[in-house]
Design a protein around this ligand. Structure first.
Ligand code: TYD
Length: 201
């Protein structure tokens, strides 16, 4: 059976990844594709630990934090992403190892080492990188979700994260302006994905 397709959505917080994933999943299903939507951090044991960090990030060193994200991803690849790809499905993941290179890179770890630590993770066929000014993404989070920003979401930190995302040069990255209207963003994403499913699902 053909390997499926892996499409990762990346970008700083508040860029609209989950909305765009939902719209793309609907679009692909209408074409008869089998799609799974998934996310990192996961809802598994490592993902739960990572979410606890939101409350008390100071209890954890950057090295320990990196290790948790990698363990979470290892389990995600073994239990969800790998099997779905083997069954020929299209996997849409909200964040993947580019997030680790950008966020843990911004926290002081070496992004190149982080990429190299991901030999075990299937290379995505496409990375949709939603690009937006940190001030705007933070404004969105506060206004739309009525959320208080957590430790990961401070503007200064996000600026560093955005700078690292901007520095990645992988061929599979499609950069899309996340500040454009939702429908326009979705159209650009669909154009990028269309080439990959040209022969149908
Ligand atoms: P997020 O996508 O906001 O999760 P949710 O909306 O489901 O709570 O991710 C949570 C935070 O984790 C986000 O600020 C980015 C950060 N993160 C990393 O620092 N490294 C990683 O490898 C991943 C996957 C996420």
């Amino acid at each position: 059976m053909n390997r499926g397709l892996l499409i990762a959505f990346e970008g700083i917080d508040g860029t609209g990844k989950s909305t765009q994933i939902r719209l793309l999943a609907d679009y692909l299903r209408r074409q008869g594709c089998e799609v799974i939507e998934t996310r990192e951090p996961t809802d598994g044991p490592y993902g739960l630990k990572i979410r606890q960090l939101y409350m008390n990030r100071k209890n954890c060193t950057p090295e320990e934090e990196l290790e948790l994200f990698i363990q979470d991803r290892r389990q995600h690849v073994d239990e969800v992403i790998g099997p779905a790809l083997a069954q020929g499905k299209i996997v849409l993941t909200d964040r993947y190892y580019f997030s680790t290179a950008a966020y843990q890179g911004a926290a002081g770890m070496d992004p190149d080492l982080i990429f190299r630590a991901h030999d075990f993770a299937p290379r995505p066929d496409l990375v949709v990188l939603l690009v937006m000014e940190p001030e705007k993404s933070v404004q969105r989070i506060e206004q739309l979700r009525g959320e208080q920003l957590n430790d990961f979401e401070q503007v200064e930190q996000l600026r560093k994260v955005a700078g690292l995302f901007a520095s990645f040069t992988d061929d599979c990255i499609l950069r899309v302006n996340g500040a454009a209207p939702i429908e326009q963003v979705q159209r650009e994403i669909q154009k990028g994905v269309q080439a990959l499913v040209a022969n149908g699902c």
